[in-house]
Design a protein around this ligand. Structure first.
Ligand code: GMT
Length: 375
């Protein structure tokens, strides 16, 4: 198949999933064209069958435009590439604005080169942003106009039906996945390069937005530090980073909390960690938690959204209600004080990640494409 993929190319779960999907589809013999404003952050080096087409965000900054009409530039580029490369389908990730631009491109192609549009819903496009008054109607319309729609968890599918109705669309659930060759205990960085001897290592990875509850990560860690020597690595960047840094200073633990910023390859750090911390307000799936599990690291997370579909409380990790910092810290302390239980949880996390391996999940997308193309 010839597949066009549009996603957010910057740091974030939906862009990561879209890129890993494209790479694996190419390995399976498909031709994949990324159509985005920047090369996706996980698209490193050359992969046979993968091409990147940039959407121009700089040209035609006509003085009349207070806001550059990026959506029109993207729709035009999707149209052009679909024509030029004879694409079979456009697979867009994150509904806003990608489901809308793909709809426009498909309408432009209707007479000359008909194509199908598939939209994958990832999270806040449904749970937060999509429900804002200014986006609601167009999100609902664009999702319903897609030829196929997938959601990354049962939670997200149900939330889409609840919030949008989407009476005209059948939502398929295809979970996120992880490349077990890249995310594995075998790639662990040496502990002595990361933490002083005897320290437990906790890791958080996110884009530091409000929804991630970055201050909760710091507060949980501050409580844990009172019980044992430990270091916290905060990976990523975003609007709440400063608040997180300030919280660490206010709680007098900044010496033990390292804000690393964005790093390209997190697997060595995840694999060296004792616990991955994700206390989000909402999380449709929690790809970062799955990647930690694939590295054999148990997860401490909020019992919210799609997380319980990935992590079973007491088996591969620990789940507590959103905001329950005390309970989260207490359970983390109990776990880290019990090495045999921690080792069992590591094994369980690894085994569970196998259910979401690339080899298991990407064929589900291929089958979905075939079904939509045949419809
Ligand atoms: O919806 C978002 O927050 C954006 C998106 C992203 O690009 O980071 O994250 C969502 O998609 C990921 C990949 O499917 C999921 O693993 C995340 O759980 C989800 N984030 C939220 O629901 C907050």
């Amino acid at each position: 198949m010839k597949i066009g993929i549009t996603c957010y190319p910057t740091y974030g779960g939906s862009g990561a999933v879209a890129t890993e999907l494209g790479l694996d589809l190419a390995r399976r013999g498909h031709e994949v064209h990324f159509i985005t404003y920047q090369s996706p952050f996980r698209l490193r080096g050359y992969t046979k069958g993968v091409l990147f087409h940039e959407v121009d965000t700089e040209m035609s900054r006509y003085p009349l435009f207070d806001h550059y009409p990026y959506e029109l530039a993207l729709a035009s580029r999707q149209y052009e590439i679909a024509m030029q490369e004879k694409l079979d389908l456009l697979h867009v990730h994150y509904a806003i604005p990608h489901a809308t631009t793909a709809f426009l491109a498909r309408e432009m192609l209707r007479e000359t080169h008909p194509i199908k549009v598939i939209t994958t819903l990832h999270g806040t496009d449904i749970t937060l942003v999509g429900q804002e008054a200014s986006f609601y109607a167009i999100s609902k319309f664009s999702i319903e106009q897609s030829n196929g729609v997938t959601a990354v968890s049962n939670f997200l599918r149900d939330e889409t039906y609840r919030a949008f109705g989407c009476i005209q669309c059948e939502l398929a659930v295809i979970p996120n996945f992880v490349n077990l060759a890249e995310y594995s205990p075998a790639v662990a960085a040496p502990r002595e390069s990361l933490v002083p001897s005897g320290h437990k290592l906790l890791v958080h990875v996110s884009n530091f937005r409000e929804v991630k509850r970055v201050k909760d990560v710091i507060r949980i860690f501050a409580r844990l530090r009172k019980a044992m020597p430990a270091t916290l690595m905060m990976v990523g960047d975003g609007p709440d980073r400063n608040d997180g840094e300030q919280e660490a200073r206010d709680l007098g633990i900044s010496e033990h909390v390292h804000f690393l910023g964005r790093i390209d390859s997190v697997a060595p750090l995840l694999a060296a960690a004792d616990l991955f911390v994700l206390p989000s307000q909402t999380e449709s799936f929690g790809l970062a938690a799955l990647e930690a599990m694939a590295c054999g690291t148990p997860v401490l997370a909020a019992r919210v959204g799609g997380i319980p579909e990935v992590v079973t409380d007491g088996v591969e990790g620990l789940l507590e209600p959103v905001g329950s910092v005390e309970a989260m810290a207490r359970r983390a302390i109990d776990l880290l004080r019990d090495p045999p239980r921690h080792a069992r949880m590591r094994e369980a996390a690894l085994a569970r990640a196998g259910d979401f391996s690339t080899d298991v999940v990407v064929p589900q997308y291929e089958a979905f494409y075939q079904k939509v193309l045949a419809s």
